[in-house]
Design a protein around this ligand. Structure first.
Ligand code: NAD
Length: 412
């Protein structure tokens, strides 16, 4: 059985609905996205021609607060994927208990084929096309795959040109431009706290625990750095060009320098090369998909040697793989908890923008720590009450919070 991303997310949600014994009324209410926007983005290319790209913004639910979610630039972006990611954001903001709903945006584009000027024009055109639907109290975008602080700065600037100074319209901005200390590291730091809490619940420590990480972008590289600092062993990492492996643990600070200097982790001195497929079945305690969705499948799940899968990426595990992991006792730490650190610190950034007051990095990190620990406790309680997997428990916790807000506000 192969399913698309949205069907996979809905399947996981339905498992939570069934564990909670929720009726059809709520299933309809909670599964239906509020708004789906598709825009044509025609821009001037550097060679004098015109380029035409398709952009999406899906606003899934705003019963707990403004729509919130990242913006992805990738050649595989389509409406189905954006729908799935928007829904995941609704449940993620609820698990992390930050006062937002869920949304996601994406542009179907290979950003590596565009110059910086073309990317800027594309980003500004996207803001021009969706600016009626976003805003600091309406819908607040953030970085995701292939978008970063610079792209967020263009969004802030373009929106502010049209609506006046408005840094709270987007998060993940550069620290020099109303961003928050700690935002860049936040998703990786949140992943670290999540796995630390899960290990601690079974009496284990990060120290000496081995990790294999697929993806060495914002999330994967920060997580690798923080794991290394915490005394864990990062035995393999990869990016789109391939991977590197060292059984005794990679020298992560040197690897970061190498990746910065060469643009990839491959050919890192002292390591042996490994394919992205082999990384997923490498010998390690914790496997971390931190790149694309649907990489763990019915085909490779039986061969995964890790005892834990830490879902840093959104939607990395297919339904078949999830079933196999459950049967094999491999613990999946679901994306809606594992990578919630990013949106949590986005919330702190938005708060600082509204307060016009900057928090120190230590304050940001302490508040992030509290949200991630509290979320873990909520999920653990839900697992105990419902006797279910961590994924179902996390969805159930989120569904109850969104249901409560929906019931209290009423349908209007
Ligand atoms: P990024 O663009 O910074 O990095 C992506 C990494 O994945 C790069 O190293 C890239 O080379 C690698 N990659 C791309 N295609 C690949 C392939 N086919 N095989 C192997 N590696 C490949 O993106 P990011 O922000 O680090 O996001 C990574 C994942 O984390 C995504 O699923 C994203 O939705 C999720 N996420 C990101 C954030 C955030 O704050 N950035 C928050 C929550 C979740």
């Amino acid at each position: 059985m192969t399913m698309n991303a949205y069907a996979t997310t809905n399947h996981y949600l339905e498992q939570a609905f069934s564990a909670l014994k929720l009726g059809e009324r709520y299933e309809t209410l909670l599964l239906t996205p509020t708004r789906e926007i598709r825009v044509e983005l025609v821009i001037q290319m550097d060679d004098g021609g015109v380029g035409n790209f398709i952009g999406y913004r899906v606003q899934h639910d705003n019963s707990r607060g403004p729509f919130k979610g990242g913006l992805r630039y990738h050649p595989e972006v389509d409406l189905d994927e954006v729908r799935s990611l928007a829904s995941l954001m609704t449940w993620k903001t609820a698990v992390a208990n930050v006062p937002f709903g869920g949304a996601k945006g994406g542009i179907h584009v290979d950003p590596n084929r565009l110059s910086k000027r073309e990317l800027e024009r594309l980003t500004r055109r996207f803001v021009q096309q969706i600016d009626v639907a976003i805003g600091p109290t309406t819908d607040i975008p953030a970085p995701d795959m292939n978008t970063n602080a610079r792209v967020m700065a263009w969004i802030f600037d373009e929106y502010s040109r049209r609506h006046g100074f408005n840094p709270g319209v987007v998060t993940g901005k550069p620290v020099e431009l109303h961003g928050s200390y700690g935002r860049e590291a936040a998703t990786g730091r949140g992943c670290l706290i999540a796995i630390r809490e899960v290990l601690a619940a079974s009496g284990r420590k990060l120290l000496g625990t081995s990790f294999a990480i697929q993806g060495f972008g914002n999330v994967g590289s920060w997580l690798a750095r923080l794991l290394h600092e915490a005394g864990a062993k990062v035995v393999a990492v990869s990016d789109i060009k391939g991977g590197v492996h060292a059984g005794d643990g990679l020298d992560v600070p040197a690897l970061l320098d190498h990746a910065r200097a060469t643009g990839s982790v491959i050919d890192f001195p002292g390591s042996r090369s490994i394919s992205n497929d082999d990384l997923l079945i490498a010998d390690c305690d914790v496997l971390v998909p931190a790149a694309l969705g649907h990489v763990l499948t019915g085909a490779n799940a039986p061969h995964v040697r890790a005892k834990y899968v830490l879902e840093a990426a959104n939607g990395p595990t297919t339904i078949e793989a999830d079933d196999i992991f459950r049967q094999r006792g491999v613990v999946c730490i679901p994306d809606i908890y594992a990578n919630a650190g990013g949106v949590t610190v986005s919330y702190f950034e938005w708060t600082q923008n509204i307060q016009k007051f900057r928090w120190a990095e230590a304050q940001v990190n302490a508040a992030l720590e509290q949200h991630m620990v509290d979320a873990h406790q909520g999920i653990a309680r839900s697992m105990k009450e419902l006797g279910c997997s961590m994924r179902t428990a996390a969805f159930a916790l989120a569904v109850l919070r969104v249901k409560e807000a929906t019931d209290t506000r009423g349908l209007g």
